[in-house]
Ligand binder design. Sequence first.
Ligand code: ASP
Length: 436
Amino acid sequence: MGDLSGYKGAALRLLEKAGAAVGDVLEVRTPWGAVAGTLVPRYLYGDGEHVVLKLKSGYNVGLSLEDISEVSVSAKGEKPSFSAPPSPEPPEGLPRVLVIGTGGTIASRIDYRTGAVRPAVTSEELRSLVPELSQVARVDPEIMFDIMSENVTPAHWTKLAGRVAKAVGEGADGVVITHGTDTLGYTAAALSFALAGVPIPVILVGAQRSPDRPSSDAPLNLIAAVSVAGTANFSGVYVAMHLGESDDRIALHRGTRVRKNHTSRRDAFESVDVPLAAVWGRGGLEHVADGLPPRGREFEPSLRFDGRAALLKFYPSMPGALVRAARRSGAKIIIMEGTGLGHVSKEVAKELRSFIRSGGVACMTSQCIRGRTDLSVYDTGRDLIHMGVLPLGDMLPETALAKAMWVLGTGARGEKARKLMAEELAGETTARTFPG
Ligand code: ASP
């Protein structure tokens, strides 16, 4: 019996009956005609109700068993396997860059024929995925997690921060972290606090298009990230993603000021109200902002995160019970994403007051994203100030949440935690909104 990786239940029985195996070209009859394509393996959590084919166009299509009247094998294929083509050892004297994989699609190795995906693990595989890396740095790859970034938690941040701190001790010239894009901004912010003062560049990088698509941004993002991590003369935590839609320039964003602002564009990431930290082109760094910290700083990291903080977006008619629910779930710090300058309804304000009275820390950010909170303009804002709500200026809501979890990780509570939230620690607030 051929390989039917990942298939189960009725789908497995149907394919077994047809004598099919992964990699075979199948013809499947459906009410809307025959569909021909290569049988693709299914993921671990796939159901037993679908057969997945890779069409000639390169797209995968999932066909429901309900729509399949017949399956036949039109050509036998080989079981897909990937073996890295030999690639030259990198020349001596290149910087050493630790590349930490956490999941998402960026550092995945794709079998183009079947669409099977797995993370690139060895340096050989990583080099064969992006051969240019050999010219840029000696890459030490390490897969720490293999998860979609929506599943990343403060516990992952603690582990990542610890691994980067260890890499500093091991003498790495830079660290690259490959990460799903959805929560890349949160992780970048979190690491900016945990690794404040880090003496080397730490570059987080993702991809909006998976590496099996010709339009993938993965290779260039990765090359830029490794190149900057290995050679830049500045340090700190940054995000490297496409600057524009064309495949030639990569923007370096400051870890606490970056946001994913588009669901699918390659240039989805933007620095909010601050200039870019740097721009990388195929020849190297083309522009570096003034004032970035140099390499080799003193470094006393505080690596732990405690997830007992909540981020709540205010909306018209928001029930106060949602604030109570956050409190009951154990939140010690609540970050509100208020309207405009930082407002919430009377009902929500009342709940925030009792949260603060019980020793909690309530902070205000704005869902406008750009600009700063100002609670002194309207009565509603002044009331919030009086009850002790802390306005966070132009701190991004996601950055504020990551900071709150870091503050709690230091063991600070109540007044001490409030003071840390108000202090600028990792470029998370700016004195004046850019560009003016
Ligand atoms: N949902 C995915 C993630 O954030 C998207 C990506 O890989 O970029 O992990």
